[in-house]
Design a protein around this ligand. Sequence first.
Ligand SMILES: Cc1cc2nc3c(=O)[nH]c(=O)nc-3n(C[C@H](O)[C@H](O)[C@H](O)COP(=O)(O)O)c2cc1C
Length: 214
Amino acid sequence: MEMVRLDPPAELTMSIGEVMFSQRATRRLDSDRSVTDAQLQIILDAASKAPHGGDSLSARYLVIRDRGAIDAFGKLYFEAWWAKRRDAYGWTSKADIPEGSHYRLAALLADEMVNAPVVILVYSKPSRVAASSAFPGIQNLLLAARALGLGSVLTTLHPDVMERVDAMFGVPEGMEFHCCIPIGYPRGKFGPTSRLPTSATTSWDRWGQPPPWK
Ligand SMILES: Cc1cc2nc3c(=O)[nH]c(=O)nc-3n(C[C@H](O)[C@H](O)[C@H](O)COP(=O)(O)O)c2cc1C
């Protein structure tokens, strides 16, 4: 297959610092505001520029735009979300999720997936480095979406629904599924993220030795 070189798109003007430090999981998406094909091309071009193992170039992206298809996929996502919580914790409804658990937010996505203007499913062709080569591209995709003012969230599925998802979109046998990413303009406001301090997650020269900052 012929390779292409791409110039940086003029639309990506947000600074890399602002993009990285303001990117966050956005679960409430505006179903009435559409995402253009040109925006999706920028997002996918950005994904294509990411590092990948060896010469694998194995990541493949399935963009779902059709409203009916997103409705049908959203129902499967809802089933998958609850199947994962049932397997992990025995939860079957929101009432089972403990107060203060981050799963209260994540459960919102099970309801919200049907509202996404676009959903991207990320797969790989069979490869030794399928997942590790797909995720740098996935991160580029999330960052490019943010730089265009779009919200997104990375999420996974459950084996219970995988066959039906693949059949729904004609995914060939042998493709490895990684994640699905709904994309759209955020509905409502979203604040900054908080994370562990890097002084607590980083060792310096020897495991357990702190870095030179607090
Ligand atoms: C591997 C992976 C799986 C995830 N699965 C879900 C999910 O099932 N549902 C969901 O709402 N968010 C999911 N997320 C998003 C995370 O909850 C989110 O990135 C994390 O809480 C940080 O959110 P923040 O950037 O808004 O602080 C997933 C993220 C990753 C990297």
